[in-house]
Design a protein around this ligand. Structure first.
Ligand code: 5AD
Ligand code: SF4
Length: 435
């Protein structure tokens, strides 16, 4: 009988995409995915190392896996992804029940490892590759509307707070042809939206092709209704990219545009390579060419050395831009990174207070931006049933806001006109425009 595996995923969309890749790879070799952890022959956890909190969650899960291993000594336990490198020694010394440790560039070994049947010994491979892009593998996708397509891996930016360049290694991109082929296949399988993924998606480069050309090539795939991408770095947002977004109806009017800090002094210490002014100029340019654009962001509070004045600078950029939404984080020192060694770490209670302020400001801005949509008729892609009511659909606007509306004759995957009738700080409500 074929062996079964269970995989659990933490962290960013790259990890979700990587788990789909691993699932595809194992299925191709005859293994069967299962949702039942108690009967699985192998249990994998795809991990995230971006903040301490993410690692803590995985540690507590490993406690559960240890108990399963005590009951069923034959089960194979594998730790995959970004924590592998970090935890290699700890896992080998203190967590002997972990059989397999594989970094993000080593997934090809998985079928072999399972093949070897029993864990004679621990298998550890956290080497990073300068070439691996898994070009030839087709992911086994879970969702039905949006297909995540990984177009590049790694990051060479070395922001001083970020562990990614160490856990995922150097930047490398797939060829345009292989990405377009995967996009065609996804559309043939029924996906109507694609999100191109990369740790640094817009620093994509393969041969002579840069990110704007790739975007145009994927947008041209017949049958594709919507194309998104995440996450870009402001440094690589070019005039050409903004123009391609503005000119191409398939490319959504939405961008995740990570600010991190509004203070030039802190941006410099973060090695973000742009200034507050450059960031604001780019926002203005995007809004000039794409008036409906939805802009979301990431912001860190309490980076080492951040003063009240620096924090005020971040708040003032927020007031100027009024982001549609923001992921907000307390700075968390990470191994290998420069900022972890800075001596002027900010006390925890200061970080907490700043985070609370930030969240309150963003809540107000999200509501303000959502209210601007009221009265408009916008195209909504029907994605799923609303969690609140089985009489309603939930779908997203082009600028990436969720809308709830009575189902009427609309079906999942339809792109339908909806009049926005109300907005909260979280979602929009609307009425389907039938006929
Ligand atoms: N501490 C807090 N937040 C971090 N991020 C990355 N590294 C850290 C860290 N050490 C945030 C950044 C990034 C997002 C994915 O996670 O805002 O854009
Ligand atoms: Fe981390 Fe900066 Fe690279 Fe993003 S661009 S993955 S924040 S180092």
């Amino acid at each position: 009988m074929s062996k079964s595996f269970f995989i659990e995923t933490y962290g960013c969309q790259m990890n979700v995409a990587d788990s789909e890749l691993v699932t595809g790879l194992l299925q191709q070799e005859g293994y069967t995915p299962t949702d039942d952890i108690d009967t699985a022959d192998a249990i994998f956890v795809n991990t995230c190392a971006i903040r301490e909190h993410a690692e803590e969650k995985v540690h507590s899960r490993l406690g559960t896996f240890q108990k399963i291993k005590q009951r069923r000594p034959d089960v194979i336990i594998g730790v995959l992804g970004c924590m592998a490198q970090n935890l290699k020694n700890d896992l080998l010394e203190n967590k002997p029940y972990v059989d397999v440790i594989l970094g993000p560039d080593s997934y090809r070994h998985l079928p072999d490892i399972l093949q070897r049947n029993q864990q004679q010994d621990h298998v550890v491979d956290t080497r990073l590759s300068r070439f691996e892009v898994y070009d030839d593998l087709f992911p086994s996708r879970q969702e039905g509307i949006n297909a995540w397509i990984s177009i590049m891996r790694g990051c060479d930016k070395f922001c001083t707070f970020c562990i990614v360049p160490f856990t995922r290694g150097r930047e490398r991109s797939r060829s345009v042809d292989s990405i377009v082929a995967e996009a065609r296949q996804a559309v043939a399988e029924g996906f109507v939206e694609i999100t191109l993924l990369g740790q640094n998606v817009n620093s994509y480069r393969h041969g002579n092709a840069a990110f704007p050309e790739l975007l145009e090539a994927v947008a041209a795939v017949p049958g594709l209704r919507r194309l998104r991408y995440t996450s870009p770095h402001p440094q690589d947002v070019t005039e050409e990219l903004i123009r391609v977004m503005a000119a191409n109806p398939v490319v959504c009017n939405s961008i995740h545009f990570p600010l991190q800090s509004g203070s030039d002094r802190i941006l410099k210490r973060m090695n973000r390579t742009y200034t507050r002014k450059h960031f604001l100029d780019l926002v203005q340019r995007m809004r000039d060419l794409i008036p409906e654009i939805g802009i979301t962001t990431d912001i860190i509070v309490g980076f080492p050395g951040e003063t009240e004045a620096d924090f005020e600078d971040t708040l003032s950029v927020m007031e100027t831009v009024k982001f549609d939404s923001a992921y907000t984080f307390k700075y968390s020192p990470r191994p290998y990174t420069k900022a972890a060694d800075y001596t002027d770490q900010v006390p925890e209670e200061v970080k907490s207070r700043r985070l609370e302020t930030l969240i309150a400001v963003q809540k107000r801005h999200t509501l303000e931006q959502n209210l601007k949509m009221v009265g408009k008729v916008v195209d909504v892609l029907v994605e799923k049933e609303s969690k609140k009511s089985d009489r309603q659909w939930a779908g997203r606007t082009d600028n990436n806001k969720w809308v709830m509306f009575d189902k009427g004759t609309a079906r999942i995957r339809d792109l339908v006109p909806v009049r926005i009738t109300a907005a909260t700080g979280v979602v929009l409500h609307g009425e389907l425009q039938e006929g």
